[in-house]
Ligand binder design. Sequence first.
Ligand code: GDP
Length: 424
Amino acid sequence: MLASIVGINWGDEGKGRMVDLLSSDYDIIIRYQGGNNAGHTVINDSGKFVLNLLPSGILRETTVNVMGNGMVIDIEHLTNEIKKLTDKGVKITSDNLKISDKAVICLPYHVLLDGLEEERLGDAKFGSTKRGIGPVYGDKYMKKVIRMGDLLNKETLNKKVENLVEWKNLLIHNGYNAPKVETKDIMNWLEIFGKETAKYVCDTTTYLQKQINDKKDILFEAQLGALRDIDFGIFPYTSSSSTLAAYAPIGAGIPFAKLDKVIGIMKAYSSCVGEGPFTAEMFGEEADALREAGGEYGAATGRPRRVGGFDVVASKYGCLVQGADEIALTKLDVLSYMKQIPVCTSYKIGKKIITDFITGDELAIAEPVIEYVDGFCEDVSKCRKASDLPVKAVEYIKYIEKAVGCHIKYVSVGPAREDYILMD
Ligand code: GDP
């Protein structure tokens, strides 16, 4: 079985939590895109973990975890992340962590450039997490990057870095007027953080091909959600990689593989970090109450997330572009304080009502059409089967299921591994 777990919305849907739960059925977990610009929070028997780069399966001893070629990896961040986990007793070796030799290294100057550009943009900023992700993906497509495999060849590494630094300074120093970047500093950084990370580097395509031949079960883990996809998201307020399930086999290093199942993770309400159009957004006290109830602060950055009611228009689109076969609906418990649950059922642009999601400039002027569904007003966090849920909660789930047109198989009612319900 080859399955992908992906975000249906703007990210932060609780993918990490679902990967942690479902990874028991899989042998290999693969992260296939993105970098350390988002975080998965996982709470299980061993404690609370925030993972930015490592696949969430790293917390299960039985799984092998792969960081695919589609990723961009800040090896300093990765070194620290590995240390934090091993300090808590998580075992990480080259047997259970494999990093693609083709994954790209996010260098300190990418982080620097991210900050310099956001500063230059001022009020027009994209709301970047300033982790260097945009600049490093840009360089990847210009073929001017260092890849993880380069760490294994010290002889050629210095020359490559020298060339890159000379080129980058044209922008950093001559363009932004910032101090020049020095080759020796980059080499020093690569030396220090390459020490910990190089030992996991291998040809993951060859490794995975063998595992597929041996009929191993593989789970692909996405970062962020459909609406942040570079092509199909709310461009330019997207991430710089493809967050879609269709990209999973490519970013994982096995482009010949076909997915058997796509599991979409969708939140019972909406949240969004950073800038860009967010039609269902709530403001004022209503927003504060939902933000507090849901603990909506970024796992990677601590930034307060923007929040709103469930957005049918955006989520239906998310299910479509992800090709979702089934849904895990998360954070239902958070809505227990609401007497009436707001749902954004369509968008209004001038006099026009639209129910199919749009991207582009028109989205910025879309207004939400909000309908209210009866709240269930009960703590559902201890419910473990559908029959434990209040009738109104089941009605809300069914309402959403019908609206997005995809079966809701799991309902998550808390952050811990066992806080979920398997629906009929
Ligand atoms: P991810 O990037 O999609 O993995 O999501 P994040 O980790 O950024 O955000 C999800 C947050 O919600 C984490 O803090 C989870 O522990 C928490 N969480 C996940 N599912 C549930 C749930 O059903 N109920 C509650 N209350 N919290 C949840």
